[in-house]
Ligand binder design. Structure first.
Ligand code: 6YU
Length: 504
């Protein structure tokens, strides 16, 4: 009988595990996952913080409804709170933004009225929805979401009357909302995000929910369907040699088209390799990761596509200084305006990029914990600072904005460092100016690109950045892993049934 095809998966994030699990279940059982770090999960990473478990990476299931495979899986494994499973929850349309009205403070320590906030939130949502309507409009790919929004804001502002102070405050509120958008899109500035493809990212219905006990629980459940020895941790891949003839060893003396060389000197021969490493890693290591190198078109797409940083800062307080029903605290820097470009001073002003904090609920589960998101280059600069430096700056902001100079420091702080993570180099992907969804498809295309060869599908690509409509999410990552697994399953069952007959 023909030997089973050998498949190596690089990366043990949700896309890699999803691919392995599906291949294994469909009878392609000679599968191995090589993971560079000491833990599975990749950008899904939950950890103990104070009283509870917090998420260093992925936070919510975005759009938890029937079409979302992560939601489906998490509910099957019993990982969701019953409120997340309620039909009303599944049908809420939030349009990608938090449904809560935050308590917004200005830099002079005043609370901003709910009316003003709501009015600006309406203006903002309208602009955001309009920015998603350009998919089939002939605008240059160089045009950005940021520039478009700036024009719209200028237009609105021209109708706001003569009260300059009131006008400035409205612009400052919008500036804060744009920072939040940078967190969501994982970018330094919305000027880096392409306008035309912005509407191609699909938002699913459902009120975003979290996974009780941590997102990592999902990874652990998924891994139970694979034998333990199929996952090798601390196995960093250096180079994937493809289009070769590598002789097998021991009882398998076939010739393989691919050899995966690891940093520790180990080598694994394979018929197929699925690369699931983050786009940030690909951007940095493309020159050594593939031999022969990537075709030009693919390389250009990898270089052009966006991969930004979004970090989190967790603060635990002995006693809360916010009201029990407060969901979010927002910072509005009064002098800021989206209509004025300022040269950022990362060193002195990095914390100005922090749009605010959300309160982790319920306190019985988490303690009194705030979680802030900070995007962009300021976030990358923050990674170079010590915990103490960050706490000092953030507490200065909190004291100034709440007008409470006596706020006690937190008992604990924790922050992520996604840009410095050597196997991630950032947080998640976005479609940057000059790019379109076609670039995502180009990155996702298997090698060799010519399918009319004796050894097709040698190198396949999965991972969040390869999903045209769900990029930057866990469900996009999972579906991309399934997509590449299906490609191989299809190949072995339909194209060449005589080649091997895995049990389906
Ligand atoms: C989501 C959310 N969320 C916050 C933050 C982050 C992310 N995401 P992996 O990286 O997991 O796995 C690859 C593995 O490869 C990894 O383990 C490496 O160690 C390994 N590797 C690398 N090099 C290797 C080598 N050489 N050898 C061997 N192994 C190697 N997603 O659904 N909900 O709330 C968030 C968030 C701070 C960092 C997120 C969220 C993104 C997901 O975490 C991410 O997509 C997947 O986990 C990736 O899985 P993977 O398998 O592909 O890679 C309109 C419009 C706008 C569009 N955007 C809006 C969407 C909003 C996205 N929101 C995200 C927000 C948060 C807060």
């Amino acid at each position: 009988p023909k030997p089973e095809p050998v498949i190596v998966i690089i990366g043990c994030g949700i896309s890699g595990i999803g691919a392995a699990e599906r291949l294994y279940r469909h009878g392609l059982r000679n599968v191995k996952i090589l993971e560079a770090s000491h833990r599975p999960g990749g950008r899904i990473w939950s950890t103990q913080f104070g009283k509870g478990v917090v998420e260093i990476g992925a936070h919510w299931i975005h759009g938890p409804s029937d079409r979302n495979p992560v939601f489906h899986m998490a509910s099957q494994y019993g990982l969701l709170h019953e409120s997340a499973l309620a039909e009303e929850n599944k049908s809420v349309e939030v349009g990608g933004h938090s449904p809560f009205c935050p308590v917004a403070y200005s830099s002079s320590g005043k609370v901003i009225g709910v009316e003003l906030q709501e009015a600006m939130s309406v203006v903002y949502s309208r602009m955001f929805n309009q920015a998603r309507e350009f998919l089939h409009v002939d605008v240059p790919l160089s045009e950005s979401v940021g520039e478009y929004m700036k024009k719209e804001i200028a237009h609105h502002a021209s109708e706001w009357g003569d009260d300059l102070l009131a006008k400035q405050l409205k612009l400052a509120v919008l500036s804060s909302l744009l920072k939040l958008e940078c967190c969501i899109s994982g970018t330094h500035s919305m000027n880096d995000v392409a306008l035309r493809p912005f509407g191609e990212y699909k938002m699913l219905p459902g009120l975003d929910c979290t996974i009780t006990g941590g997102y990592q629980g999902l990874i652990e459940c998924m891994l139970t369907s694979l034998p333990k020895e199929r996952v090798l941790l601390n196995k960093s891949v250096r180079t994937v040699h493809w289009n070769g003839t590598f002789k097998g060893q021991h009882n398998d003396e076939r010739f393989f088209p691919v050899q995966v060389e690891c940093e520790d000197g180990d080598a694994f021969n394979a018929d197929h390799v699925i690369i699931t490493v983050p786009l940030g890693f690909l951007k940095e290591k493309y020159a050594t990761l593939l031999d022969p190198p990537l075709p030009d078109r693919k390389l250009q797409a990898i270089q052009k596509m966006g991969f930004g940083t979004n970090n989190k800062i967790f603060l635990e307080f002995e006693t809360p200084f916010w009201k029990p029903d407060c969901q979010e605290i927002e910072f509005v820097w009064e002098e800021e305006s989206p209509l004025v470009d300022v040269q950022p001073d990362f060193h002195n002003d990095w914390f100005k990029k922090l749009p605010g904090f959300m309160v982790l609920h319920p306190p019985e589960q988490f303690g009194h914990v705030l979680c802030g998101f900070i995007p962009g280059k300021e976030s990358e600069f923050m990674e170079t600072l010590t915990d103490a430096e960050i706490t000092t700056s953030v507490m200065e902001v909190l004291r100034r904005f709440t007008g409470n100079s006596g706020l006690a420091p937190p008992v604990r702080m924790l922050r992520s460092k996604w840009h410095s993570q050597p196997f991630t180099k950032g947080s998640y992907s976005y479609v940057s100016i000059g790019c379109s969804g076609d670039d995502i498809d180009i990155i996702a295309k298997p090698l060799p690109e010519n399918t009319n060869v004796s050894k097709p599908l040698q190198v396949l690509f999965a991972g969040e950045a390869t999903h045209r409509t769900f990029y930057s999410t866990t469900h996009g990552a999972l579906e991309s892993g399934w997509r590449e697994a299906e490609r191989l399953i299809h190949f072995y069952t339909l194209s060449e049934p005589q080649r091997s007959k895995p049990k389906l």
